[in-house]
Design a protein around this ligand. Structure first.
Ligand code: MLT
Length: 324
């Protein structure tokens, strides 16, 4: 009986201490893990929201880039991190494509995480090096077909969205190119600007300023409508690649077991960051969309992730594409 009472008191104490922990949270800096290299679109998105999130939480949110294997190295790191709210994670739709692309995935997107909320939806741009010998999509396709053994197409690793967009492009034009994987499209874009690679499909979060400065050549945007940030750039669809559409959604996660009260605090900080006028303006400048607030919620992200896993699984399996 005595030991039973001891057990009850111990459980009550543990319960109390986790309530206190959640009430006091955060008492130290929080790490926001980015699964791709610094300077790339996921990194840019993380840095846009980390400062206002830190302001609302009253602690610094430090961005940490953990790179490799199309984002799966970082995802595994976060799945195994302490569920105390001090490690959180931003990832794009790679979270939904990984279960089909990797046969031996060391984490389960539907079991190993708490969901904080969706963040942003980002269009992509099909780019070439500045001196690529073509001035529109049709000329580019003709040149690529004529020189296919010599053309390199960069991406951010197997399973990255730049990889998916590149695959979609190759299948749309019926040509297989020499693909070069990087640890993020940050370094891939540097090599595109340096002329070391020929083509790259990348998100507007990173590419709009470089397109405007003429540091890369733009062949089209991957949305059905033209973008307000690049009104003179035609869509891939209007230039003949009918139905060519890629928009990249993102979410924020925490390790499974992070207390609900802490998840709620991080979610509130995320919502307020996305409503910050400076952040909103930056998103408009980059043609990035902020999802409706019902999607910036744990349930909104979970429902979307489940649907996206259902959507991509059969497509990837049918194509027989594996990243491992
Ligand atoms: C990045 O942040 O480098 C990209 O989001 C990677 C990708 O293309 O998936």
């Amino acid at each position: 009986m005595k030991s039973f009472i001891k057990l009850i008191s111990l459980t009550a104490l543990i319960g109390l201490s986790s309530i206190t922990q959640a009430q006091q949270y955060p008492t130290r800096p929080i790490t926001l893990v980015v699964p791709f290299a610094a300077g790339g679109p996921t990194d840019v998105a993380a840095r846009m929201i980390s400062i206002p999130m830190g302001k609302s939480l009253g602690q610094t949110v430090i961005v940490e880039n953990t790179v490799g294997a199309g984002g799966t190295v970082a995802t595994q790191r976060v799945a195994r991190a302490n569920p105390d709210g001090y490690t959180i994670f931003i990832h794009h739709m790679g979270m939904a494509t990984a279960p089909a692309l990797y046969r031996k995935l060391p984490f389960d997107p539907l079991k190993d995480f708490e969901y904080i909320g969706q963040v942003i939806d980002v269009p992509m741009t099909m780019l070439g090096r500045k001196d690529f010998p073509a001035n529109n999509l049709q000329e580019m396709i003709a040149y690529v077909k004529a020189h296919k053994d010599k053309i390199s197409l960069a991406n951010a690793g197997l399973g990255a969205v730049s990889h998916l967009c590149g695959m979609l492009f190759q299948s749309a034009i019926g040509v297989e190119l020499n693909t070069i994987p990087y640890k993020g499209t940050g370094p891939a874009l540097n090599d595109l600007m340096g002329g070391q690679v020929d083509l790259l499909c990348d998100q507007t979060t990173q590419t709009v300023p470089l397109i405007k400065e003429g540091r890369v050549k733009i062949f089209g945007v991957t949305t059905m409508k033209r973008l307000s940030a690049l009104p003179n750039v035609p869509t891939m669809d209007e230039q003949g690649l009918k139905g060519f559409e890629v928009k990249v959604w993102h979410g924020i996660y925490a390790p499974k077991g992070t207390p609900p009260a802490i998840v709620e605090k991080i979610n509130a900080a995320l919502r307020s960051a996305l409503q910050d006028p400076a952040v909103k303006q930056r998103m408009v400048d980059l043609s990035v969309e902020i999802p409706s607030m019902d999607k910036v919620s744990p349930q909104g992200l979970q429902t979307h992730l489940e649907a996206e896993i259902q959507k991509w699984g059969p497509v990837i399996r049918k194509a027989g594409i594996y990243a491992d």
